[in-house]
Design a protein around this ligand. Structure first.
Ligand code: HEC
Ligand code: HEC
Length: 551
């Protein structure tokens, strides 16, 4: 054991020794980075193999490491500058990170997506570890068996949830099987060369309520090895242009964490797409493409779904102005956007699959093609790819006979009133049309998604209180499906149905097609089933590290 300077830290290390002692049940990951040794070493003792207690038997995502750092600052008085914290998160995400295949299943967590979790291995773990937070939190970690045991035992004590020794052992045992320290995926990934992102990337982005955007992003490297970005996006719906500049870092060779914003965000318009956004993107193994989400809002409720792909000299089809066409429809005007389109195109340059034919090219510019498309009445129904001169957009077009129902996304959600410490929590709803699919039965897995459809939005309160003014007090839903909570918080929860009634589509019997979502509108701090919940903004390390006593 190396000598430890006598300081607050070393006293803390002594006091907490039982929680800190390494189990060393596996070879572990030696730590050589000077800043980790300097900042973590005072308490996490280094052994003769260069391994630091606890840290050498743990791997996680950038978010996992930043959350630990935050806790070390708050619980153990560790002092870190923003620069040091960022450097430590970076080196630990690189050397004690997850392989892309390990991070992908829990991507929804850093991307702040609302998701039903289907990854909980058994009921005992579900009840123990997916009640206070998403199961994605433990699944964002990899630990040795002994390290899991130590974590679960300590966590149940500190979070005051009962876990008997037997139960803690069973849970740790399962966790060490589904989230083990050593994996072939990590062995194969860990020694990879770092990737260079510099150059031009082609971008597609979809913003719920606003539709699709496409464009490009220029990436440059900064002297310290991070990146700056300049992105220009065009709305397919109305041609408006969004210019954003930003910066970002690449963790573990594939995990992009950045920020960008538009030049002149318009204050006070909720969901304004020029607002500063956090960017969470995951690159493919070969670093030729990436996907993820750029999000903002008090609860990250606004966000683009984004794809990047490397620029090329050949024609690249990026998006269509629609996602479905009706069988038996003639002369549909379809716009295709992308890059490097030739000066002239002919119908023979397209392949839209059986029964769908390009009748004429209306216009052709390097970035946009307009074509007239006929769909035979017997064209096979379902999704199909669209090909233009060898560039393919997979599953870009759904051929359907009629819209059978409307689904509102998300199908259940929470929005929040504001208070002195919290901005409003908005919610953007989307109405998606569906066809019943090959089995002829609605609401089954084979149903065909047709993309957004035109609807009229409305709100209905459950158990509406006596005075009918309550609906007004809860908030309003605008024509684009954005729920705006009322400005005055009536200090209680409201249960609301959000309904979307299709404007142009009806059932075969002439009934209106209506989709619904279940919305709970709460004050920022509320009680549910006897537990107090505080909806709060999580913080990213770029916001500056947490201050002691001021999380
Ligand atoms: C002042 C002493 C101290 C310093 C410095 C310190 N830690 Fe800790 N750390 C602890 C103690 C005590 C525990 C065990 C109790 C607990 O988890 O809070 C711990 C536990 C941990 C754990 C395991 C528990 C978990 O939540 O995953 C990790 C990982 C960790 N520390 C990482 C770090 C890193 C990285 C640094 C350097 C930035 C660091 N620590 C610096 C005291 C310290
Ligand atoms: C009683 C509520 C509660 C239960 C039950 C619970 N946790 Fe947690 N957990 C928390 C809270 C609160 C945090 C955030 C702690 C913080 O950041 O200070 C957390 C954080 C975590 C983290 C992230 C730690 C980090 O710093 O990244 C992991 C991993 C985790 N929990 C795993 C588990 C596992 C495994 C179980 C089941 C054995 C479990 N949790 C059960 C409340 C709970």
């Amino acid at each position: 054991m190396e000598p430890v300077p006598c300081s607050f830290a070393s006293i803390a290390a002594f006091l907490f020794a039982s929680n800190l002692a390494a189990v060393a049940d596996e070879p572990g990951i030696p730590v050589t980075d000077p800043i980790v040794l300097a900042k973590c070493g005072p308490c996490h003792i280094r052994d003769g193999h260069g391994r630091l207690e606890r840290i050498s038997w743990s791997r996680s995502t950038p978010e996992g490491w930043q959350s630990v750092l935050r806790r070390m600052i708050l619980d153990h008085g560790v002092s870190l500058s923003a620069v040091e914290a960022r450097a430590i998160v970076k080196t630990l995400s690189n050397l004690h990170g997850l392989a892309p295949a390990e991070a992908a299943p829990v991507r929804y967590s850093p991307e702040r997506r609302i998701q039903q979790e289907a990854n909980i291995p058994n009921e005992e773990i579900g009840n123990a570890c997916a009640k206070c937070h998403a199961f994605a939190l433990p699944l964002s970690w990899r630990r040795s068996g002994g390290e899991w045991k130590q974590f679960v035992t300590w966590h149940s004590a500190s979070q005051k949830f009962p876990a008997s020794d037997e139960s803690a052992a069973r849970i740790s045992n399962v966790l060490s099987k589904i989230a083990p320290l050593s994996t072939p995926a990590w062995e194969a990934w860990r020694n990879r060369d770092s990737s260079d992102l510099v150059g031009r990337w082609l971008v597609t982005a979809a913003l719920p309520g606003q539709g699709k955007y496409w464009g490009e992003m220029q990436v440059e490297r900064t002297p310290n090895g991070d990146f700056t970005t300049r992105t220009v996006l065009t709305s397919i719906a109305d041609g408006s242009i969004l210019a954003r500049t930003g910066r970002g870092m690449l963790y573990g060779g594939y995990a992009w964490r950045g920020r960008s914003s538009g030049a002149a965000p318009v204050d006070g318009v909720p969901g304004d797409p020029l607002t500063e956004a956090r960017e969470v993107m995951s690159f493919s193994a070969a670093t030729t493409s990436a996907e993820g989400r750029w999000f903002w809002g008090q609860y990250q409720e606004f966000g683009f779904d984004v794809q990047w792909r490397r620029d090329s000299a050949a024609p690249v089809l990026l998006a269509l102005d629609r996602s479905s066409l009706k069988a038996g429809s003639q002369g549909n005007r379809v716009r295709l956007v992308g890059y490097n389109f030739p000066a002239q195109a002919t119908p023979a340059d397209f392949d839209l699959g059986p029964g769908v034919a390009v009748r004429a090219i209306i216009s052709c510019t390097p970035r946009e093609l307009a074509a007239e498309v006929d769909v035979a009445s017997l064209a096979p129904l379902g999704k199909r790819s669209v090909v233009f001169q060898g560039s393919m957009l997979p599953d870009a077009l759904a051929i359907y006979d009629r819209v059978d129902y409307v689904k509102v996304s998300p199908d259940s959600a929470v929005a929040s009133f504001s208070d002195s410490a919290h901005a409003k929590g908005y919610l953007q709803f989307e109405s998606i049309g569906y066809q019943r699919g090959p089995d002829g039965i609605m609401h089954t897995a084979d149903d065909l998604e047709l993309g957004p459809i035109d609807v009229t939005w409305s709100l209905q309160l459950f158990h509406a209180p006596e005075d009918s003014g309550a609906a007004v007090r809860v908030g309003t839903l605008n024509a684009a499906g954005l729920f705006i909570p009322a400005s005055e918080s009536p200090n209680m929860n409201f249960d609301v149905w959000v309904s979307a009634t299709a404007k142009n589509e009806k059932s075969p019997r002439g009934r209106a097609l209506v989709g619904r979502s279940y919305l709970v509108v709460t004050p920022p701090a509320y009680t549910l089933n006897g537990r107090l919940y505080v909806r709060d903004l999580d913080r990213w390390i770029d916001d500056g590290p947490a201050q002691r006593g001021k999380p």
